[in-house]
Design a protein around this ligand. Structure first.
Ligand code: URA
Length: 298
């Protein structure tokens, strides 16, 4: 007789199964894990239907229910350190990528499910001052995802991130990279406007960011750009100065993450724009992007 499952592990298994189901994966089996001291419990293996996956994905073994990495919906730990992807010699459709999350084919549908899960959210106190919840916007296949702090007044009215003055500057930063706003995906750490545009509290970020993690796991951008200290510190779970956080790459949920200044800060201190441009150039270099040619001087 197998040992009855620990209730906590059972809860984790259920969360993982639900997470897969949201992505259209229904076929599972469980097998006991016997000898890995850290991961005793059940291992869950998903049979991922080929139509749910992109044709070529990296291979991963089944994930342990007692393992450290949880389904995104449950994972607010925002770990930076991730295992190096184990890419199979011959990637096979139907396998999971090395970080354990399937590549999603119908990204708009997956994002709709996340939006539906958020619903008419009252999970934290920010809901009481909200006009519109600001989910996120952009190209679901974007190589670059920008993550800000939280909606301001304009975003709260329009239900779209970065549409006010800071948004104008972000649009200019994106154009300077030779791409358009429609080419990237934009979201925030919190989805409701903090009163008076105050910095979101830790518990508000902790409540909301699992949804951002799920958005990241659906979009799977090559690069995430954290705009400002709140986004950087929340995503990376590192409390450090912007000076220390900028100028380097972080591995984050299968993406590379770079930190730059928040456009609102750049509006207050335009001298820092050249520093932000250095950060964006680091991103462009990584992605092999060329800045648009400067118009010839008159
Ligand atoms: N500032 C943010 O951090 N996000 C927005 O959407 C707008 C302003």
């Amino acid at each position: 007789m197998p040992k009855p499952l620990d209730p906590e592990i059972k809860k984790q298994l259920a969360a993982r199964v639900n997470y897969y189901r949201e992505m259209g994966i229904y076929d599972f089996y469980r097998r006991p894990v016997q000898s890995r001291s850290e991961e005793e419990g059940m291992e869950i293996v998903a049979h991922v239907p080929a139509e749910v996956l992109q044709p070529a994905t990296a291979v991963a073994a089944g994930m342990s229910a007692a393992g450290k990495r949880m389904p995104a919906a449950e994972d607010s730990s925002r770990q930076v350190a991730q295992k190096k992807p184990v890419v199979a010699d011959q990637p096979m459709a139907g396998d999971l990528p090395a970080d354990g999350l399937p590549t999603i084919k119908d990204k708009p549908a997956a994002l709709t499910l996340i939006r539906e899960d958020i619903g008419d959210c009252t999970r934290c106190r920010l809901h009481s001052g909200r006009t519109k919840l600001v989910f996120g916007v952009g190209n679901v296949n974007a190589d670059i995802m920008f993550v800000g702090e939280g909606p301001g007044a304009d975003e709260d009215q329009q239900g779209e991130p970065f549409v006010g003055r800071a948004g104008q500057l972000l649009n200019n930063m994106i154009s300077a990279m030779g791409i358009k706003r429609e080419d990237v995906y934009i979201a925030n750490v919190v989805k409701c406007r903090p009163p008076g545009n105050r910095t979101p509290e830790k518990d508000e970020c902790d409540t909301c960011s699992p949804f951002l993690m799920r958005q990241i796991d659906v979009i799977r951008p090559k690069v995430i750009v954290a705009l400002g200290a709140v986004a950087a510190k929340n995503l990376l779970a590192i409390n450090d100065s912007m000076a220390n956080l900028r100028g380097q790459w972080y591995d984050f949920r299968g993406s590379k993450l770079a930190v730059t200044y928040h456009p609102a800060y750049l509006l207050r201190d335009p001298r820092q724009k050249k520093e932000a441009w250095k950060d964006l150039q680091m991103v462009m270099k990584f992605l092999g992007m060329q800045p648009p040619a400067k118009p010839a001087a008159e």
